[in-house]
Design a protein. Structure first.
Length: 474
């Protein structure tokens, strides 16, 4: 079976075609429903395209190996539709090498890593540089030391293949990092002074806004390309399936849950509390709990309404039934507390205090508090994340070589796509608490609703494979 598609007058028409049914002689035929044949059409196809630089360099045949992506190939933002529905469809330009490029071997390229650490940073740095060296013949690849702060200070150095060999196996970033805003005009001045033709930016939401500011500060005639590889273990970059390093962080967080489970079940009325990163989004807590099916009794997320008494009542019931309970709480849940308690620095410790206050005397609990904190982000990427890092990095290089700028590379429905930075800078991804992944989480833990007041998505139907949806900020 397969799909075939036609583009006609701005519409994409998808037809489902069944393969021929062959019944061998001498065997009884088990026939199911007749083959499904249906047509779906969009009201309009909105293709969101990244900007291209204006350059005097004549395009040349791409030295990198194909297959090549055609300019009219797009990736649909929504993979699941209702049969017969007519709706607006958003699509993004497909990433990948083009047959003609405008970046030759004489180019100068730079790489900068910004913000907090994340598994896979070194893998991205290594693979951006390696793709430039081996596929495009670019020899002048600069590393910016210390994030945007280092870029403003002009701390750029030539990277050598030998020093990057095997760095994907190490945590952290060999280039160093920093936080905070910097003057985009100063960053442009440094880029121009070093003759940089392409800047590869690796970072999260603040870094992406910084990259957008650099693009705005560049002269309209500038040929400098700026391409981002989104990074965050919180997985709160909008639109994409998941950010690199997230699966590694989930695996590390799951180890903390395993420890809490062992401790809680070893003592009478044992309670394990695990605090995980997730300032504005609860992806890490939700996925780590799903990776421990049947072991977690409650997961508290920044996106969900929260009230203390219903939670404590529920945990009391679990203790009465199982003599043990495990709670996973994302750090951003403190925003769900009463106004006079939101300033607390550690919602996990706060919850432990409330548990001790509630369960006293004969009902006292054996409480164990586990906070893996930075351990989930300071490690090297696992195999799955390293593969994603490598493919994101090479697709970022292909984008810059083709002349694209002011864009980021990510996967949408398992296809690599180019997303304009403007589509990412004013949005964030949150866990879709009305979505399917969250429903699976609740079915796994058995927890009830603790309160209302959930944070809802702009488009509840546009749920990513990791259970996210986006919200737009002013």
């Amino acid at each position: 079976m397969g799909w075939r598609s036609r583009r006609r007058c701005g519409l994409i028409v998808a037809l489902y075609r069944s393969s021929a049914l062959v019944i061998p002689r001498g065997r009884p035929a088990v026939l199911g429903p007749p083959p499904l044949r249906a047509t779906t059409a969009s009201e309009s196809l909105d293709v969101v395209r990244p900007r291209c630089v204006v350059t005097d360099v004549v395009s040349v045949a791409n030295p990198a190996r194909g297959p090549y992506v055609e300019d009219d190939e797009v990736v649909l933002a929504k993979a699941a539709v209702h049969l017969g529905a007519r709706e607006r469809v958003v699509a993004y330009v497909r990433a990948g090498p083009r047959s003609r490029v405008s970046l030759d071997a004489s180019a100068t390229c730079a790489i900068v890593t910004c913000g907090g650490l994340c598994p896979g940073l070194n893998a991205v740095v290594q693979e951006v540089a390696r793709c430039l060296w081996t596929q495009y013949g670019v020899r002048r690849v600069l590393g910016v030391e210390g994030g945007y702060a280092g870029l403003v200070a002009g701390r750029l150095r030539l990277l050598e293949p030998r020093e990057l060999r095997g760095v994907y196996e190490k945590g952290g970033t060999i280039l160093g990092t920093s936080r905070g805003r910097r003057d985009p005009g100063e960053m442009v001045r440094v880029l121009e002074a070093h003759g940089v033709d392409a800047l590869f930016v690796v970072g999260g939401d603040g870094t992406i806004r910084g990259a957008r500011a650099i693009c705005d500060a560049l002269p309209a005639t500038s040929a400098i390309r700026v391409v981002a590889v989104p990074k965050t273990i919180d997985n709160d970059i909008p639109l994409i399936d998941r950010s690199f390093g997230f699966l590694t962080a989930v695996a590390k967080a799951k180890e903390a849950i395993d420890t809490a489970v062992i401790e809680a079940r070893a003592f009478p009325r044992g309670v394990g509390v695990v605090r995980l990163m997730g300032r504005n989004a609860g992806f890490l807590a939700a996925h780590a709990a799903l990776a421990a099916p049947g072991d977690v009794d409650a997961v508290l997320l920044p996106e969900k309404g929260f009230a203390l008494d219903p939670l404590l009542d529920y945990l009391g019931d679990r203790l009465a039934q199982n003599d043990a309970a495990v709670v996973v709480v994302a750090e951003g849940v403190n925003a769900r507390l009463r106004a006079d308690e939101r300033a607390i620095s550690d919602v996990g410790l706060w919850l432990c205090d409330k548990l001790r206050d509630r369960f006293k005397g004969a009902d006292a609990v054996a409480l164990k508090y586990i906070d893996p904190s930075y351990a989930v982000r300071a490690c090297a990427s696992n195999a799955a994340d390293t593969i994603l890092c490598s493919r994101l990095a090479t697709n970022a290089v292909h984008a810059a070589a083709a002349g694209f700028t002011d864009c980021a590379v990510g996967t949408i429905n398992a296809k690599f796509a180019l997303l304009p930075l403007s589509d990412l800078a004013s949005r964030a991804s949150i866990l879709a608490v009305t979505g399917r992944l969250y429903a699976d989480l609740v079915r796994s833990t058995g927890q009830p609703e603790f309160s209302d007041g959930d944070l809802l998505c702009d488009d509840a139907d546009l749920e990513t494979p990791s259970g996210g949806c986006f919200v737009t900020y002013d």
